[in-house]
Design a binder for this molecule. Sequence first.
Ligand code: NZQ
Ligand code: ZN
Length: 385
Amino acid sequence: MLNFDYRNPTHIVFGKDRLGEIDALVPSQARVMVLYGGGSVKKFGTLKAVTNALGKRYVVEFGGIEANPRYDTLMRAAHIAKAENIDFLLAVGGGSVMDGTKFVALATHFDGDAATLLWDGTAAIDDRKVLPLATVATLPATGSEMNPFAVVSHARGKFGLRHPQCYPQFSVLDPTLTFTLPKIQVANGVVDAFVHICEQYVTYPVDAKVQDRFAEGLLRTLIEIGPKALANPEDYDTRANLVWCATNALNGLIGTGVPQDWATHAIGHELTDRFGIDHGQTLAVVMPALWRVCLADKQQKLLQYAARVWDIHEGTDKERIEAAISKTCEFFQSLGIHTRLRDYGVAQQDVDAIVTALQNHNMNKLGEHQHITPEVSQQILSSAW
Ligand code: NZQ
Ligand code: ZN
């Protein structure tokens, strides 16, 4: 096992009928900005419940954060937050709203051009100037409710950031808030969580038994409950398990002391950026192709994945791995998610432009061994077509 530090400061408030507790969790004198997306939380009453819980506090609402949150929108929020002397941010929504809120937290009092945080990283930030934030999560997928990451879209591309102050102070995870999700968002979320686990598990073995068994348990849980979550949107127990599974897929725990990949995400971000394909769907296209192309690097863990996640024990090594990859694709497809690039209207000749975009974003050595050069990305994308 590799050396690691682990600390996750987010207070999880899990279960139904808990939105009222926000009153006790937000400082009583806080000037709060409540951030939300395109309106689902307005339509379904979550926003009202949150503002009610905030009681007499000074509250500014900022709506309109789009899926794949845009830098310009977030900077508008940051300017208002500064002008209004906001000292607490509350995100109410999915990954895009939570990530967007994290960026607002970083940008509001940043001295200088906040866009540079996207391409230069967050090292220049004075921690004391980052606004505290919390979330009410409405979509189980990204794990943003319990991690320090944010992904922001800009004219120059889709950029990932991380900062220790971006862990939410608390996150309310009420599975009933997910009942209103469109089927496609539930499916996207299952795939996103599944791939987060694989990015930290399908690499090479380091004898990390706890992390491996935990990852396998989460994967098997998603395989079991994914179809049920789609078929029975108001089955509380299924949604409760889905929500907690997605959070654990990317809250750092299964990634402790193990090598991590993240090439599927890097390539997927270019597909979202260029073609607007939903995040989860980009991953369903890239990961199986990446596994086939990078089979030599991942062979041992793919065999372990085949045996322990899919109960595949018969056949040669190659046959078992291929069977596991096929099972993975079938699982995604059973949720209504296509697994080939051409299914999303991307032309075969577009592959070159995606590879160029990767190069422009310095994504030239991806994967747990940094073996995924632009040439390998080209192979992955061509075979994913
Ligand atoms: O905008 P509204 O009207 O709220 O509608 C949203 C949006 O259209 C809707 N929705 C959310 N909760 C709902 C609901 N509709 C009905 N009922 C509810 N309860 O769902 C749509 C998609 O929302 P979005 O937040 O964009 O989805 P998701 O949670 O999948 O987030 C995707 C974003 O997260 C980033 C992705 O790159 C993408 O930008 N990621 C963030 C990560 C992180 N912070 O750790 C890691 C991930 O790998 C990912 O990259
Ligand atoms: Zn993801």
